[in-house]
Write a protein that binds this ligand. Structure first.
Ligand code: ADP
Ligand code: ADP
Length: 229
């Protein structure tokens, strides 16, 4: 089934001196349960699309649906509720609380979520059972990012949006982070969209969506069972 659908989506940044057309008319569907990777040159609109799908930013024109809910009709309070109930985010920087252990960082989310996993369960999902009582400074970059991923999935979101989760990591370590995302997608069925320059994602994703100049250039489909092209 379709989980996201956009129609004629545009985003214009008006910086005074010039207008930047970050999205210049994007029509795309994401399918429930798919792992999609967004590729394309820097500045081609990938983050902008992810931010709009995640309810972090408003479109300039066009429409976006999350299932039957039109996100482009929601106000700030509606978008906040949507993010809280349905979306997990992972960014390049981990934003862990330095004074808390891995378990406690995840607990910040599980303490307030409606139907959370146990923190131990979320950390096990990313292969960090042996690191639960470690502090961020005692962990490698890849481990810290996996704590951030555990934190993002602990509320059992339907959607996981990852903007350059491997951006601060060497490519070997990046692969481990992508494998954690793949494993989440496989075992929990979380619909996942990832922006990454790490080539290893190509073999893991159901679809590769290429961006150029604020538009979708082409879509490569590796698994027609989950995502018809
Ligand atoms: P990436 O290529 O990884 O998306 P960028 O450096 O293009 O990284 O952008 C990172 C963030 O900085 C964006 O999500 C946006 O919020 C902000 N940003 C990018 N370009 C501009 C700009 N020209 N003016 C103001 N903010 C910008
Ligand atoms: P990508 O993720 O593919 O690198 P982005 O979506 O970050 O691309 O950016 C698309 C375009 O929008 C770029 O030209 C970028 O500089 C511009 N942009 C992004 N965020 C902002 C912002 N907050 N203000 C102004 N321009 C921005």
């Amino acid at each position: 089934s379709v989980i996201f659908r956009t129609e004629g989506l545009t985003k214009v940044y008006d910086t005074g001196a010039l207008k930047v057309h970050a999205l210049a008319g994007v029509d795309i569907q994401l399918y429930a349960g798919e792992l999609a990777v967004l590729l394309g040159p820097s500045g081609s609109g990938k983050s902008t699309l992810l931010n709009i799908l995640g309810g972090l930013d408003h479109a300039t024109s066009g429409r976006v649906w999350f299932r039957d809910t039109e996100l482009t009709q929601l106000g700030d309070r509606g978008l906040t509720r949507y993010r809280r109930d349905h979306v997990g985010f992972v960014f390049q920087f981990y934003n862990l609380v330095a004074s808390l252990t891995a378990r406690e960082n995840v607990q910040l989310v599980t303490d307030v979520a409606r139907n959370p996993m146990r923190p131990e369960e979320a950390l096990e999902q990313v292969g960090l059972t042996h690191r639960m009582d470690h502090f961020p400074a005692e962990m490698s970059g890849g481990e810290q990012q996996r704590v951030a991923i555990a934190r993002a999935i602990a509320k059992r979101p339907e959607v996981l949006l990852c903007d350059e989760p491997t951006g601060a990591l060497d490519s070997q370590t990046g692969v481990q982070v992508l494998e954690a995302l793949k494993s989440i997608n496989d075992t929990l069925g979380t619909t996942t969209a990832v922006i990454t320059h790490n080539a290893a994602i190509r073999g893991m994703a159901h679809r590769v969506i290429w961006f150029r100049d604020g538009r979708i250039d082409r879509v490569e489909c590796n698994d027609t069972r989950i995502a018809p092209s």
